[in-house]
Design a protein around this ligand. Structure first.
Ligand code: PMV
Length: 324
């Protein structure tokens, strides 16, 4: 019996300058660059086993059988590259709620790309792995790397990859995550939502026009270790993305009343001198950028907001790696 197995671990990432829109659907090329922080506290562990006994790919996600269409699409790319015909069993486990706007597709496809290539006997350079992960999910290209990461838009397949950014902020930065409503699955997956937004929102063009300036400002803030500047850009960028999404027809509204209460709390904290800036993705949860010395107090303040199920604090995470 022929089997080949590998296990990989990847951390999720949260964008500080968002990816929201594609230039090419088939290749999954982003319309613009993005910039993120990889998070140590949110991890996916994925095992891929190519097995001659299997007739189809199978996926087990968090202990239950799941639709394997997107995993199969990535496995097909790996099989083609490795000249391998075997079907695979994929077992994936998140240590946080799946598909709830907490970036599980980012860590999930980064871990799958790494585990699948290693199980198939090929070792890709990080940049090539990032290109491969992007085809599963745009944000997954960034989870190949640790710390602060810049995604390059690229105008062709090999040019759309992520690379790490060094910043003196990496050691001290923290993200406080406030889970709203128990981590229920999101209503509108980001893949379809961003296409719908690009096709129907009168604010999409304005969103896209804002991204280069935000990327520039965020990179400058990282280079000069200016957390306040980074936070201001991140919060403004997230609000611009959501404004474009909200203006879609029909509307895409990820926020719950608790999301707005959390935004108000973050503003109040900031008004009282606490470094805290909010960002939100394709779900109701709020993630707050801060530093190590303020994270606990912010976590307590957010946990007291009615409707918040739980909070957690994350430091910067490491690059995707093979489990030993
Ligand atoms: O990678 P996707 O297709 O799940 O899209 C990610 C979209 C956002 O999380 C909203 C923004 C981002 O850059 O991560």
């Amino acid at each position: 019996m022929t089997t080949r197995t590998a296990t990989a671990i990847a951390c999720a990432n949260i964008a500080l300058v968002k990816y929201w829109g594609k230039r090419d659907r088939a290749l999954n090329l982003p319309a613009a660059g993005s910039l993120s922080l990889t998070l140590a506290a949110l991890t996916t562990e994925t095992t891929v086993r190519f097995d001659a006994e299997l007739e189809t790919d199978v996926l087990e996600l968090d202990g239950a059988a799941a639709d394997h269409a997107r995993a199969t699409a990535m496995l097909d790319l790996v099989r083609a590259r490795a000249h391998l015909a075997l079907r695979a069993s994929v077992t994936s486990r998140n240590n946080f709620p799946t598909a709830s706007g907490l970036a599980s597709s980012a860590s999930g496809f980064a871990a799958l790309a790494l585990a699948a290539t290693r199980a198939a006997g090929i070792a890709l350079a990080p940049r090539e792995l990032s290109v491969l992960a992007r085809k599963g999910s745009g944000s997954a290209a960034r989870s190949v790397f640790g710390g602060f990461v810049r995604m390059h838009a690229g105008d062709r397949d090999e040019a759309a990859y992520a690379s790490p950014l060094t910043s003196a902020l990496e050691h001290d930065v923290r993200m406080v995550i406030a889970i709203v409503g128990g981590g229920a699955p999101k209503s509108h997956g980001s893949r379809d939502a961003m296409e719908h937004c690009a096709a129907t929102s009168p604010l999409y063009a304005g969103w896209l026009a804002a991204v280069p300036g935000d990327l520039h400002a965020a990179e400058a803030a990282l280079a000069s270790a200016d957390l306040a500047r980074l936070g201001e850009v991140a919060e403004a960028n997230a609000l611009a993305m959501h404004a474009a999404a909200i203006a879609s027809r029909p509307a895409i509204i990820y926020w719950q009343p608790t999301t707005l209460a959390l935004l108000a709390e973050v503003r109040a904290l900031r008004g009282a001198g606490t470094p805290a800036w909010a960002t939100m993705d394709a779900g109701p949860h709020v993630k707050v950028l801060t530093d190590a010395s303020h994270a606990e107090a912010i976590s307590r303040a957010l946990a007291a907001v009615p409707g918040v199920t739980r909070t957690s604090i994350s430091a910067a995470g490491s690059a995707a790696h093979v489990a030993t």
